[in-house]
Write a protein that binds this ligand. Sequence first.
Ligand SMILES: [Zn+2]
Length: 150
Amino acid sequence: MSNVSSNSTGSNNSRARVRVVGVPRRCWCGEGIIALISKSDPNPYRRYYRCGFAASNKLRNDDHTFKWVDEALVNEIDTLTAKNIEFEKHLKDFKTERLEFEKIVDEKMEKEIFEKIEDALAKAKASNKKMMVIIVILCMFMIGCSKLLG
Ligand SMILES: [Zn+2]
């Protein structure tokens, strides 16, 4: 019975030793994972994940996936917590980047608006001067006319 696993241990050992973090989805052998309840004395009624192939063939001391459900879930929570921390850090970075970007945009906008106002003011000043010149000429013309008439 154990000849199946002992024949294949040589090449498969290293693959099985790679620890699966969290809930295993599939055994290295390609077989799906099933959840079972332990009937052993040291771990009565403890749930575990097992390679479907190994479970149906009742293999023992093999390399196929075996993992306690509670340990897998603790792993999963640890991974999620780590991911969450990482995500929060990313979010913070992103927010800082956005703030900096907005600051740059604000500064640029401010500068552009300032330039536009200055430009408009300069134009207004120029047209004012023109208007003044026209008014002065008109006044002089009118004064001239009134002098001619008087
Ligand atoms: Zn397997």
